[in-house]
Design a protein around this ligand. Structure first.
Ligand code: AMP
Ligand code: TRP
Length: 354
């Protein structure tokens, strides 16, 4: 092998309802990548523990994300769908990475700073070490490509830093064992065992904003349900939320250069473009000069048309949790085989086995 085998990995946390942001920024990309890559899609239940859900919330949330994956069109037979905790090697590698990553690296993570807020002393150690587990999720399969929304960029950079430091620190041993691939680090070439993962963030929907505030990300955890469209919202809910979405009194501009200082207007047009798979300029060819009173109903119809089949299929799947659990168990077994193969090498590389 002269380079790492292409492999896609991504994960979504089973906390709260999935939003239109998760769908457009992540899950829809997961679906598209299936044609060209082997893919592993994970429900990251260990990550969810960092926000202390109740056991019932965690169980239901895990099934619900799995159902969203399947309902959106992810094929769990050709690819792998499972929940993280079934494959203990994620946690094992995360511990090794706890000993590779530096306090300073993690202290710079903006998501930790936001989630921990002012009371940092009282934040859990898990919340702080969260990105190390995320790096382990990816690297325990030596995945090369990771589709995510824009908010995960910094975490993926950390995963690259961890892989690089690991390769550097253990280059000699990796060479002795004959299991490395030459990778460039600056002007030097070292024996790399872990790939330097490529983030896949491009596309129109990397950052869908709140319907109530165009400067804030649409989020599962926003206290206002009106700020987001949930994948499981009814058609009436979707129409109501779009009707109530914050806008401004101006008509829509004639091209995407005209959104200066109008983040809410830009977000709604971006959502329309992402749902139809066109550009904002193409949308504005049809709607430029029109009022929101004309645009919002069109957007609501479009959102309902695209999302309601997924919501219906999720409801159908969730009525049979035994089936979802069986899909996750099967995916977990197949993932375990791959993860264990990597860990046999990594235990030897670091000296946990001879
Ligand atoms: P999370 O809900 O934090 O587990 O996120 C799951 C995936 O959805 C990640 O790849 C996020 O980057 C992506 N995502 C979450 N919110 C948004 C958003 N508002 N716009 C685009 N992508 C998002
Ligand atoms: N941290 C990611 C999020 O909140 C979820 C996640 C966990 C993930 N492990 C991952 C995403 C590995 C991509 C790859 O969205």
């Amino acid at each position: 092998m002269s380079s790492f085998e292409p492999l896609v990995f991504s994960g979504v946390q089973p906390t709260g309802n999935l939003t239109l942001g998760n769908y457009l920024g992540a899950i829809r990309k997961f679906v598209a990548l299936q044609d060209n890559y082997d893919c592993i899609y994970c429900v990251v239940d260990l990550h969810a523990l960092t926000v202390n859900p109740s056991p019932a919330e965690l169980i239901n949330g895990t099934r619900s994300i799995a159902a969203a994956y399947l309902a959106s069109g992810i094929d769990p037979v050709k690819h792998i769908v499972f929940n993280q905790s079934r494959v203990y090697q994620h946690a094992e590698l995360a511990w090794i990475f706890n000993c590779v990553a530096r306090m300073g690296w993690l202290s710079r993570m903006t998501q930790f700073k936001e989630k921990a807020g002012k009371d940092r002393e009282n934040a859990s150690v898990g919340l702080f070490a969260y990105p190390n587990l995320m790096a382990a999720d990816i690297l325990v399969y030596r995945a090369t490509h990771v589709p995510v929304g824009d908010d995960q960029k910094q975490h993926l950079e950390l995963a690259r830093d961890i892989a690089q430091k690991f390769n550097n620190d253990y280059s000699e041993r990796i060479g002795e064992l004959g299991i490395g691939i030459p990778v460039e680090v600056g002007d030097e070439t070292v024996n790399g065992y872990l790939p330097i993962t490529e983030p896949l963030i491009e596309g129109p929907a990397t950052r869908i904003m709140s319907l109530r505030d165009g400067t804030k990300k649409m989020s599962k955890s926003d206290p206002s349900d009106l700020s987001r469209i949930n994948l499981t919202d009814t058609s009436d809910d979707i129409a109501k939320k779009i009707r109530k979405a914050k806008t401004d009194p101006e008509a829509l501009p004639s091209d995407s250069g005209g959104f200066e200082g109008r983040p809410e207007a830009e977000n709604l047009v971006n959502i329309y473009a992402a749902l139809t798979g066109t550009s904002m300029d193409a949308v504005l060819k049809d709607f430029g000069g029109q009022q929101f009173s004309a645009f919002k109903p069109a957007l609501a119809d479009l959102a309902v048309e695209k999302l309601s089949p997924i919501a219906d299929e999720m409801r159908r799947l969730l009525a049979d949790p035994g089936h979802i659990d069986a899909v996750l168990a099967d995916g977990g077994e197949r993932a375990s085989v791959l993860a264990e193969k990597t860990m046999v090498d990594i235990r030897r590389i670091v000296g946990l086995s001879a």
